[in-house]
Design a protein around this ligand. Structure first.
Ligand code: HEM
Length: 230
């Protein structure tokens, strides 16, 4: 099957994944250095500028971002193959999604640094750093990411939906699994919105754990397994 416009556009997501991965592992190296020599680095200005919590935050957030972007892109790539055709203007909507991914990644990472540096005042929770491991990003970025994931679901469904409506073969069951797991990828990220700035620690950590354990350590793998079978 010749590459469709949306499949070609999916390649850009993978370039972003590579860049995010390189930055993420570089911050891992910095963290390892800080563990042995706290507060210092070969280039002193680096240690002065990049505090430990900045390095740890970006190491974890970039990890979530590159893994999530990989799933988004692989689903976009597979969808026309599974559906058997490219939906109209699929390339344009994929391009929109790419812009949204960049906005949330750059915006939330910048907000986290500004929050850590105490430059956001009362906006620390909304735009800066929530203070929760793995859900560091500010609440507004979290909501935008949730919206972006819903948009991604619609983009993928546009391509695979026709197969589900018109085919009733053995392969359809696998595609239903694929679609359900994609829905769960979106739904379980949403549990991170169930706590607020003033929630009790037990409630906040309970919902955060839905995202950390059930989303990252369960639903993602389930979706990955379906994708590889498709
Ligand atoms: C060159 C590559 C890497 C290096 C040198 C590195 C280094 C580190 C270090 C030193 C820590 C401990 C930070 C601390 O709490 O003091 C850490 C934590 C962590 N790293 Fe990496 N890392 C690398 C790659 C990765 C990759 C590829 C991933 C995942 C895809 C990852 C995921 C994590 C996670 C989840 C933690 C937090 C663990 C926790 O707090 O329980 N790292 N890393």
């Amino acid at each position: 099957m010749p590459l469709t416009s949306s499949q070609l556009k999916a390649a850009k997501f993978f370039v972003v994944v590579i860049l995010l991965f390189l930055v993420q592992t570089s911050f891992g190296g910095l963290l390892a250095h800080y563990t042995i020599h706290p507060g210092s680095f070969f280039l002193p200005f680096v240690a002065k500028l990049i505090t430990y919590n900045w390095a740890k935050t970006w190491h974890l957030q970039l990890m979530v971002f590159w893994i999530a972007t990989t799933w988004l892109a692989s689903a976009i790539y597979l969808a026309p193959i599974i559906g058997g055709k490219e939906p109209p203007r699929q390339g344009v909507v994929v391009q929109l999604l790419f812009g949204a991914v960049l906005l949330v990644a750059v915006g939330s990472l910048t907000g986290e640094v500004l929050g850590i540096k105490g430059m956001l005042g009362e906006w620390w929770f909304c735009l800066g750093h929530q203070g929760w491991e793995f859900l560091e990003l500010g609440r507004i970025w979290q909501i935008l990411l949730f919206g972006g994931l819903i948009f991604w679901l619609l983009v993928v469904y546009r391509a695979v939906g026709s197969h589900l409506a018109s085919h009733k073969d053995d392969f359809s069951a696998l595609i239903w699994f694929y679609v359900f797991s994609a829905v769960l990828v979106v739904a379980f990220f949403g549990f991170g919105l169930f706590y607020g700035k003033g929630s009790h620690l037990t409630m906040a950590d309970y919902w955060r754990w839905f995202v950390v354990h059930l989303w990252v350590e369960s639903i993602f793998e389930f979706f990955g397994m379906r994708s590889s079978h498709c």
